[in-house]
Design a protein around this ligand. Structure first.
Ligand SMILES: [Zn+2]
Length: 120
């Protein structure tokens, strides 16, 4: 399964994909129904909906969505890199630079693993 789709599911974020009429050839009319319930008779539905799906290889998007959860602190505490302020106090929610600079979906994959473990 698409990892972006999996994380969207785990987070309860809407994932758009044509569930009826996906066999309609480009350029031909036919009812196309998106998983969000909207539908149309042209390719527009396919492109308008499927192109707005979240790309969780963007670390900021993962953090933005995870931050909406009550257990966000628990998630970040497991990812934490130790970081100290100028007075030597531990800074909460310091996330490793490895995650911040990654563009391959490393944090997305960690979020999936973490959320799947939480559901058990
Ligand atoms: Zn949709």
């Amino acid at each position: 399964m698409d990892k972006n789709k999996r994380l969207a599911e785990l987070l309860g974020v809407c994932w758009h994909e044509i569930i009826k009429g996906k066999d309609c050839l480009d350029g031909f009319s036919g009812k196309r129904v998106c998983s969000c319930g909207k539908f149309g008779y042209t390719d527009e539905v396919k492109y308008q909906h499927c192109l707005i799906n979240p790309d969780f290889t963007d670390v900021r998007l993962v953090l933005r969505e995870m931050q909406k959860r009550d257990d966000f602190d628990m998630f970040t505490s497991q990812l934490n890199a130790y970081s100290f302020d100028e007075d030597g106090y531990l800074i909460d929610n310091a996330i490793s630079i490895d995650y911040i600079l990654d563009e391959t979906g490393l944090l997305r994959d960690r979020a999936i693993e973490w959320l799947e473990r939480r559901k058990i």
